[in-house]
Write a protein that binds this ligand. Structure first.
Ligand code: EPU
Length: 428
């Protein structure tokens, strides 16, 4: 096991390069299995969620070859299994996309459900409703979600909640179904558009991705393609928040600025100066953060995956801020960690009331989930002294080379092994 040791108190300065988007990668990789010939996927982030998906694809029979650190060539020709066991899905949140991709490929899928999430229950009722509308018979037995169809036929599906996962899964199952599928109240996140662009580049007929209504006209086959994944909106937002939190001046390269609109708007409200370039943003902060109200919402609202990071910035703002979680039932488990560093935060249901304090103070903290872990790093960079962050396995799921990237910005952050007590005894 490892932890991060951070000596905070320094303003971040310099340039950082943003990797490919995790949430696009975890949808696009399973989608490769819908093709008849090999695909090359570029700009893949080097994170554990991506390796987990590639391992599952290999186990299912795909031929997976790394072309270089950020590109992979996948030949799905020999995918002959439709079963993703609990062991195969372990350590991976996006296992449910194998349901849509395998149903779309072979009209059959048996997949362990996504692991319990650290910020609330993770229902898949809208995914199931979508598959059933397309003609699949869905059952849950022995803890596995099972889907089976003689033939998948296009259908009109209205999502009761805006769900990224359900929108993606229905697209995967419908792209080769017979006839027209219409998804209403669809999610509009940039990674939904990226998946649609990828599938269209394979010969699919998808219109409306990025709006609330997506129309998919089924095609009989999809061909291999070469495709480059969009930059990671949340990784970019995390470095932007860190620049603001430390009173820094950071140029964030390889981003799509329009994907960052809501994050840019809020950070400007907090007092940051932000300049947008074609594929970069520069974030400068030279004052105490101003209090503000933030409510997370599906895209184009403020992303829930930036909620812990912005709350951390607001913990030292000049007054009382209100952060409301509008996507997940509970996403404030990290608050106890921040209060142990001196933050003054009261949580009431889906709302956190943050009374700004003068400064955060170092403390040993834990990453309770991926984005909460990123927030703990930001808190450590803000606090004058040494902060240790444990359970960093969550952070490695979604942030490529985070130590190297922060170090390049002048941060004092190290990854160090945790020596267990029994190992110490052995050494003694
Ligand atoms: N929901 C249902 N029924 C469903 C599906 C979702 O009620 O069948 C509810 C959820 O409980 C939640 C809301 O709908 O309250 C939104 O969930 P959604 O399905 O959009 O989330 P997801 O697809 O499981 C993705 C990201 C998350 C991100 C959410 C919201 C991936 C792999 N994960 O999850 O990202 O928080 O969308 O934007 O794309 C992260 O990257 O750290 C992360 C957790």
């Amino acid at each position: 096991m490892e932890k991060f040791v951070i000596k905070g108190g320094k303003a971040l300065k310099g340039e950082v390069h943003i990797s490919g988007a995790k949430n696009a990668a975890v949808a696009i990789l399973p989608a490769v299995m819908l093709a008849d010939s090999p695909c090359v996927i570029e700009n893949l982030p080097d994170i554990s969620d991506v390796s987990a998906i590639l391992n599952v694809m290999s186990s299912l029979g795909a031929d997976v070859k790394l072309v270089n650190k950020s590109s992979v060539r996948i030949d799905p020709k020999n995918v002959n299994s439709y079963i993703v066991t609990k062991e195969m899905a372990e350590g991976m949140r996006a296992s449910s996309y194998f349901l849509g991709a395998l149903l779309g490929r072979m009209n059959r899928a048996r997949v362990a459900p996504p692991g319990g999430c650290n910020f609330g229950v993770r229902p898949i009722d809208q995914h199931i409703k979508g598959f059933e509308a397309l003609g699949a018979e869905m059952t849950i037995d022995n803890g596995m979600v099972d889907g089976c169809a003689e033939i998948l036929r296009g259908a009109s599906i209205y999502l009761d909640v805006v769900s990224v996962g359900a929108t993606i899964n229905i697209m995967l199952a419908a792209v080769k179904a017979k006839g027209l599928t219409i998804i209403e109240n669809a999610a509009r996140e940039p990674h939904i558009v990226d998946l649609a662009n990828f599938l269209n580049s394979m010969g699919a007929d998808i219109m409306g991705a990025g709006t609330g209504i997506i129309k998919i006209r089924g095609v009989s086959s999809l061909r291999g393609t070469t495709y480059s994944i969009i930059p990671d909106q949340i990784e970019a937002g995390t470095y932007m928040a860190a620049a603001v939190a430390t009173g820094g001046d950071v140029l964030i390269n390889n981003v799509t600025p329009e994907h960052l609109d809501s994050i840019i708007a809020k950070l400007k409200e907090i007092g940051a100066e932000i300049i947008e370039y074609d594929e970069a943003v520069r974030v400068t902060m030279n004052k105490k953060p101003r209090k503000c109200k933030v409510k997370t919402l599906p895209h184009p609202g403020f992303p829930t995956d930036m909620q812990p990071q912005i709350a951390t910035v607001l913990s030292v703002a000049d007054g009382v801020s209100i952060v409301t979680e509008g996507v997940w039932d509970s996403r404030f488990r990290y608050v106890d960690q921040l209060t142990s560093m001196g933050a003054n935060i009261q949580v009431d249901g889906k709302m956190a009331v943050i009374t700004g304090v003068e400064a955060l103070t170092p403390a040993p903290v834990k990453a309770v989930d991926l984005r909460a872990g990123a927030a703990m790093i930001i808190a450590g960079l803000m606090a004058d002294g040494v902060t240790e962050v444990e359970d960093i396995i969550y952070i490695d799921r979604g942030y490529e080379k985070i130590v190297e990237k922060f170090s390049k910005l002048g941060a004092d952050i190290k990854r160090v092994p945790i020596i267990e007590e029994n190992q110490i005894n052995k050494l003694a």
